[in-house]
Design a protein around this ligand. Structure first.
Ligand code: DOR
Length: 442
């Protein structure tokens, strides 16, 4: 008599921390119960995955889903629909909503809104401000809290802590890894006159690499002094990568698909304000340096920084145009195309999108395909050729900077705790997302 499972994923190449190989995956009660050759076993549902690759569920640790308050751009349901359509099984969402997520009540409100409406699992960053410093230890430990996020330079929304004494006090209060948007506010203010009206290619001139480096240096200096872990989001320059490579003891590093894929000036000539993002996409020297840091192991995770704005908001003439682009749905296909082009291995991609987030943030039960762990799976077809199109985009704003881009490698299935939620381009299951659990959190 063979064993019996709720689901068996059969015959796929499983990509994991121990390499890649053909294995069946037996799932029971939402967790992985067996790995190997499960020929004689019974299951209520068999997913035939021959010819496909199964990755540990992709965790996108930086998205903006805009609810509450900015639902004309996105909401938790549409954002999570985009996530699972793109093969993403869990997201960490950002606090620059309206109201800002800076308290127990605003976090609990997001968790309540997410239940029964989000298709993937979720956690929400809590904005660190000058006002909630004393609450940080409690805010880090609430159900659904991804930890603390701070904007050191202003971007979309009103969250800004730009002075070192306040930053130091916030950092000193954290015991989990906190995440930072590092651009130096004083330099940004001083250089505002460099923005050329109607010309988005002046965005990286205004928000230059020195602004990013100055803030990253200040942040890492404070982290070292306080002996706290900090996570530097969306690192965009060669100089920051060189600096961070020498400061890995306390700082972890996020890279984004758009900083790896798009390049100035070409992206601004082709996409105009639709390539406008903070920190900006820069020139080829920077893109090459981010790839080199990824190859060298300096980069710990990839986050999409999915930051939807409506076409109307993007169509305002620069600099009134809003900064941000969609990304949660295109993270996997864009990166699989880079894998097929030989720029990184599939194992390194898994390290960046599953093991990396688990290790950095101390996520419970996710990040690898292992018996006892959550059955979160990103099932991909490495041979499939597709053209990314605005029509495919589930985000409420309905556009992607990659419209018309041809890729090889495509997400064909998304399984969240044993439940198929996307299959072959269709939503296949209910919105059963749950809060991500953390060793040091809730
Ligand atoms: O371009 C950006 N847009 N960068 C950010 O840091 C925020 C984001 C947004 O929320 O629109």
């Amino acid at each position: 008599m063979g064993a019996s499972f709720d689901v068996i994923v059969k015959g796929a190449t499983v990509v994991n921390q121990d390499g890649s190989g053909v294995r069946d995956i037996g799932i029971r009660n939402g967790r992985i119960a067996a790995l190997g050759s499960l020929g004689g076993a019974k299951a209520a549902e068999v997913i035939d995955a021959k010819g496909l690759h199964v990755l540990p569920g992709v965790i996108d640790t930086q998205v903006h889903f805009r609810e509450p308050g900015l639902e004309h751009k996105e909401d938790l349901e549409t954002g999570s629909r985009a996530a699972v359509m793109g093969g993403v099984t869990a997201v960490f969402e950002m606090p620059n909503t309206k109201p800002l997520t800076t308290s127990q009540a605003t976090l609990a409100d997001k968790v309540r809104r997410a239940r029964g409406r989000m298709f993937c699992d979720f956690a929400f960053y809590v904005g660190g401000t000058r006002e909630n410093i004393e609450d940080i230890p409690a805010l880090e430990r609430l159900e659904g809290s991804a930890g603390i996020k701070v904007f050191i330079g202003s971007s979309t929304g009103d969250l800004l802590v730009d002075d070192d004494p306040s930053l130091e006090r916030i950092i000193a209060k954290t015991s989990r890894r906190a995440a930072f948007h590092a651009e130096d506010e004083t330099r940004l203010k001083a250089r505002m006159g460099l923005r050329r009206p109607g010309d988005a290619s002046s965005h990286p001139v205004w928000r230059d690499e020195e602004a990013a480096l100055l803030a990253t240096r200040r942040l890492v200096g404070l982290a070292e002094r306080k002996r706290r872990r900090v996570h530097v989001l969306h690192v965009s320059s060669a100089e920051e990568m060189a600096f961070l490579a020498a400061h890995k003891d306390w700082a972890s590093v996020e890279a984004t698909p758009h900083h790896l894929t798009l390049v100035a000036p070409e992206c601004y000539e082709r996409l105009g304000t639709y390539a406008q993002m903070n920190p900006p996409v820069r020139g080829e020297r920077h893109r090459q340096a981010i790839w080199a840091a990824l190859a060298d192991g300096v980069v710990d995770v990839l986050g999409s920084d999915h930051a939807p704005h409506t076409r109307e908001e993007k169509d305002h003439p620069y600099p009134e145009s809003h900064s941000g682009m969609t990304g949660v749905q295109t993270l996997v296909p864009i990166m699989l195309d880079h894998v097929n082009a030989g720029r990184l291995t599939l194992e390194r991609l898994v390290d960046l999108t599953s093991h990396g987030p688990q290790r950095l943030f101390g996520i419970r039960g996710k990040g690898r395909i292992a018996v006892g762990g959550d059955a979160d799976l990103t099932i991909v077809d490495m041979k499939r050729r597709e053209t990314i199109s605005n029509r495919w985009i589930q985000s409420r704003c309905g556009w992607t900077p990659y419209d018309g881009v041809k890729v090889q490698g495509w997400p064909v299935g998304t399984v969240v705790r044993g439940r198929r939620v996307m299959w072959d381009g269709e939503i296949a299951g209910a919105a059963g997302g749950a809060p991500v659990g953390f060793h040091e959190g809730w």
